[in-house]
Design a protein around this ligand. Structure first.
Ligand SMILES: [Zn+2]
Length: 258
């Protein structure tokens, strides 16, 4: 296997992420040593803050253009390096720019081809889609380093259709939105959701499969590599099914045997 070690970078703002257990899960699945690391941005400096603030997205209907950050925006990034729980409204970042910035934080010495770095972050990564000319939230950017956005896991796969329809009509009619949210509770992932760690295993599998085979995703909902566009599919594939499909299980066996 062309993988000698995996580094998992923690996101302390999301305590539901059981990083030690996730390290064990990856170790057991791929028979490869895994090392837990602190949040990647503990290695960051003001230059990193500047670069991050420059890849914020303001217009979701335009492809990427570097933004000239204000002092305040740079200060905000620096504050999150010390405490990633500091958030204002959700900030969108261009996922590929973000991935490059994170890549610069991985030391040259550790950029060897057989080392995979997987970074958990609560920052929301987004990518511009040429098919509908707009940015979409992404839970995962498969590359090395690979990025798993905890906010992306919550925000990118859509909630049930009925949720949006009711939300719109409730807002129009002035009905209490909280009551409506209760009705749909459990059908989608929320912030501070206990199911977070189990769901994250699927995204870890996707990043590692991508690294090893160049293919991260599976069409089948009966597989943890399914690239869920709906929260219901995400919960189904990761919790109810909770394993790889037959085809990908075979791929895994071949990968770990070599
Ligand atoms: Zn599959």
């Amino acid at each position: 296997m062309k993988l000698s070690k995996i580094f998992l970078y923690d996101e302390p703002a999301v305590p539901e992420l059981k990083v030690d257990e996730l390290c064990k899960f990856v170790e057991n699945t791929f028979s490869v040593p895994v090392e837990r690391r602190k949040n990647i941005f503990s290695l960051a400096n003001e230059q990193t803050a500047n670069k991050l603030a420059s890849c914020r997205i303001f217009n979701t209907r335009k492809s990427f253009e570097a933004h000239s950050p204000t002092r305040e925006e740079i200060e905000f990034e620096i504050a999150t390096f010390f405490d990633s729980r500091k958030t204002e409204n959700i900030v969108m970042y261009d996922g590929f720019e973000f991935q490059r910035i994170v890549g610069d934080l991985v030391s040259e010495y550790e950029s060897a081809l057989d080392l995979l770095h997987i970074v958990f972050t609560n920052k929301l990564t987004c990518t511009y889609d040429e098919s509908d000319y707009r940015y979409h939230g992404r839970a995962v950017i498969c590359s090395n380093p690979a990025i798993i956005s905890t906010t992306g896991i919550i925000e990118a796969p859509a909630k049930p259709r009925g949720y949006y329809l009711e939300l719109i009509s409730n807002v129009v009619q002035g009905v209490n939105v909280e009551t409506m949210k209760k009705k749909y509770q459990g059908t989608y992932l929320e912030y501070n959701d206990k199911r977070f760690s189990a769901i994250s295993e699927g995204y870890l599998l996707q990043t590692i499969f991508y690294y090893l085979t160049g293919d991260a995703f599976c069409e089948s909902r009966e597989c943890r590599l399914n690239n869920a566009h709906w929260q219901s599919d995400l919960l189904y594939s990761q919790l109810e099914v909770g394993k790889l499909c037959e085809k990908h299980q075979k791929v895994l066996e071949q990968l770990t045997a070599s």
